[in-house]
Write a protein that binds this ligand. Structure first.
Ligand code: ATR
Length: 276
């Protein structure tokens, strides 16, 4: 049996088992399975060794709160080190990478959302925002970060400048950023996530830039309050389920060496979500 899975604490809400097991079934990979593997944060090193040496795992995805904590135990690639978070490990060579960035950038591409030479507003300064800023600036966008705690955004950009040489990003308040304009706004905060579905990271009354596209990394609910706000002023809004699916697809390829059945993974994720 080729075992993979997801580590985190807790991991019970993950959509990844449904997504990956559907992909294995679709490709006839009957000797593969994807399992939940909860590991408490204070024993992450031991937990990883146990999965590898005794559990027979080939690799794992990593979710909160372990994405930063696993770094000392893997050979993290440049991207993961720059972002400060690993979400996919391959035990066969000990490597760790971050497929959240790939998932996000692939999903923008899939929706035909252009970023090269464009101005983008990133809302948030946590791990998800780090991945977004890294992917966007690397791709040639200029990024303005808005965060409830602006100091945290400044620290994030200083880190990314040191670790990856990223320069094309600054921090503004929401009204300054809206005034300066943008073609894309990405919500990387958890605001609006179920069950707080009436909340939005975009303060009511602040005008949206004209013809803006909103990308909400929140995928539960599939249509968020933030997405509704943008659509009400004639903008386009995209939810974050595609990013989740595509980060999973990238991990699937790392482990199996095969290209992932993205549509199969999409419907499995959607089904698992609606069963909640
Ligand atoms: P993740 O790693 O998933 O990005 P995180 O590190 O906890 O999670 O970051 C959450 C982000 O959502 C942060 O930008 C946080 O703002 P602060 O840095 O000011 O804490 C933002 N966030 C969470 N709840 C919020 C709220 N109620 N209003 C505004 N921003 C919020």
């Amino acid at each position: 049996m080729n075992k993979v899975g997801i580590i985190g604490w807790p991991v019970t809400h993950s959509l990844s088992p449904a997504m990956h097991n559907a992909a294995f079934a679709a490709l006839g990979l009957n000797d593969w399975s994807y399992e939940l593997a909860p590991i408490p944060p204070d024993i992450v090193g031991k937990g990883l060794r146990t999965l590898r040496d005794e559990g027979g795992f080939i690799g794992v995805n990593v979710t909160v709160p372990l994405k930063e904590k696993v770094i000392p135990y893997v050979k993290a690639d440049e991207r993961a080190r720059a972002i400060g978070a690993v979400n996919t490990i391959d035990f066969r060579d000990g490597s760790g990478t971050n497929t959240d960035v790939l998932g996000f950038m692939d999903d923008l591409r899939a929706y035909g959302i252009e970023v090269v030479g464009h101005r983008v507003i990133v809302l948030g300064a946590g791990g998800a925002a780090r991945a977004a800023v890294y992917g966007l600036v690397r791709a040639g966008a200029s990024v303005t970060v808005v965060n409830r705690t602006p100091q945290r955004a400044q620290v994030m950009l200083a880190d990314l400048s040191l670790s990856a040489g990223l320069m094309n990003a600054d921090v503004k308040t929401l009204d300054e950023a809206a005034e300066a304009g943008a073609s894309l706004i990405v919500n990387c905060t958890s605001v609006g996530m179920w069950p707080n579905v009436q909340e939005s990271p975009w303060i009511k009354g602040v005008p949206f830039p004209k013809n803006v596209v909103a990308y909400d990394m929140v995928y539960r609910p599939e249509r968020t309050r933030f997405m509704e706000q943008v659509e009400q002023v004639g903008g386009r809004a995209v939810g974050g389920l595609g990013m989740l699916v595509r980060q999973g697809a990238a991990a699937f390829t790392i482990w199996t060496g095969l290209s992932a059945p993205v549509e199969v993974m999409f419907s499995a994720a959607r089904n698992a979500l609606s069963a909640r």
